[in-house]
Design a protein around this ligand. Structure first.
Ligand code: HEM
Length: 405
């Protein structure tokens, strides 16, 4: 990726060529380790400017200390979430809700949505999540001694939970997996086409639920009120689209990184298989070591931050993978310790936008690992194959072929 111009206000000594997209290990690489590649930033300054750390024509400031990231993410008045990432791919301008709203509007929608993804609601969904995990894994076990975990398990599992959550039947699973893949990993033609299809689908579903209400998420959204009024079509769309994009790649990638780690570390794999009570704590450590989201904010005013002259409109990156490997925050941050206690990791972000789906995500990951380890014997990366890891806005993994022959 070519570097973007460095704005005049950025002092040359604050520019680094480190990027979560293009630094070694960040571009799709067989057996690459984009999480380990971030370790070099902690030895440097608390903030630097990278001209190639973005996709849309501008570089970003990169915050390298977990404690400073928390300051940025807590301060929505100075660092805004107001962007239209999804809509701009379609040449439109509407926010994904609540992700791309700032207070006070953010709080209004967040309070509306909180109960729908509360621990209680997730507990109700749990039997369906487990049933789906078992079904997919049994199918894999019955069909041989090897599989592509991302294609055969992680993606269909995450998409299926999304369908259940929206109250939709399973038979459209493959269609949705296709849309999600095109949206997240398609080229310049497939990505906007998938975005358009998803918007049309959400609009259509909302119209259907308006006409014929049932007991599901979308019916609640079209019937509910905020500040004494019903939601506009654009607000309904902004919520539906966010629920679609927020929980697919993230959960699938987390399961992929976890199983890749266990495939390479047979002792830990055996420990969790023989003592499944350890899985929930282990999953937290794997979320710490292999988080997936690079959070970005836009400065709303000129700010001097740790000596950096951030100007209104500048992008500021708070990468969870940088926070989670900060040695000031975690002892031996590059070592995976499945029994790590007091694990205050940043995988789900921080501040008002902290992940709304974290309870659901955690249950999906833990149940996925529990059922996988209960049904698949000792597994490794298949000889002659290499999983492809990559950095970016959302870190991911492809071609994870496991073998238990
Ligand atoms: C391992 C899986 C997941 C990870 C690592 C993750 C991570 C994150 C992070 C870091 C944020 C904060 C973004 C920001 O501050 O700009 C976020 C926000 C959000 N996530 Fe997740 N997420 C995951 C799964 C899910 C799931 C399953 C759902 C829902 C179905 C979900 C729904 C949301 C929503 C709605 C927001 C916006 C919250 C707000 O703006 O108030 N996430 N997520």
């Amino acid at each position: 990726m070519a570097a973007n111009p460095v704005p005049d206000h950025v002092p040359p000594e604050m520019v680094r060529d480190f990027s979560l997209f293009t630094s070694p290990g960040m571009a799709p690489t067989p057996n690459g380790d984009p999480h380990a590649a971030v370790a070099c930033v902690h030895a440097g300054p608390p903030i630097f400017y990278s001209p190639c750390n973005t996709r849309d024509g501008r570089g970003t400031w990169v915050i390298t200390r977990a404690t400073d990231q928390r300051r940025v993410l807590q301060d929505a008045e100075s660092f805004s979430s107001h962007r239209s990432i999804f809509a701009s791919a379609l040449g439109e301008k509407w926010p994904m809700i609540p992700l791309e709203l700032d207070p006070p509007a953010h709080g209004v929608f967040r309070s509306l949505l909180n109960p729908l993804l509360s621990p209680k609601r997730v507990t109700e969904l749990e039997p369906a999540i487990r049933e789906r995990a078992i079904m997919l894994i049994k199918r894999i076990a019955a069909s041989g001694t090897s599989c592509d975990v991302m294609k055969d398990f992680a993606f269909p599992f995450a998409v299926n939970i999304f369908l259940r959550f929206l109250g939709l039947p399973d038979h459209r699973l493959d269609t949705f997996v296709g849309w999600a893949k095109d949206l997240l990993h398609g080229d310049d033609v497939r990505r906007p086409a998938a975005a358009r299809t998803i918007v049309a689908f959400i609009d259509e579903l909302a119209a259907m639920r308006c006409k014929e209400p049932v007991d599901d998420f979308m019916t609640f959204i079209v019937q509910t009120q905020v500040e004494g009024r019903q939601l506009t079509d654009e607000e309904v769309r902004g919520i539906g689209v966010l629920i679609f994009v927020a929980g697919l790649d993230t959960v699938a990638a987390a399961i992929g990184f976890d199983l890749a780690y266990l495939a390479r570390n047979l002792k830990d794999q055996e420990l969790l298989r023989s003592e499944p009570d350890r899985i929930a704590l282990a999953a937290e450590e794997l979320l710490r070591a292999y988080p997936t989201v690079q959070i970005t904010r836009v400065a709303t005013k000129d700010i001097d931050f740790e000596g950096a002259p951030i100007r209104k409109g500048d992008y500021v990156s708070c990468a969870t993978m940088i926070a989670n490997r900060d040695p000031a925050e975690f002892e031996s941050p590059n070592t995976v310790d499945l029994a790590r206690e007091g694990n205050r990791h940043a995988a789900f972000g921080y501040g008002p936008h902290r992940c709304l789906g974290s309870h659901l995500a955690r249950r999906e990951i833990v149940i996925g690992l529990e059922e996988w380890l209960a049904r698949i014997p000792a597994f490794r990366i298949k000889k002659g194959t290499a999983p492809i890891n990559y950095g970016g806005h959302v870190f991911g993994i492809e071609n994870l072929i496991l073998d238990w022959s």
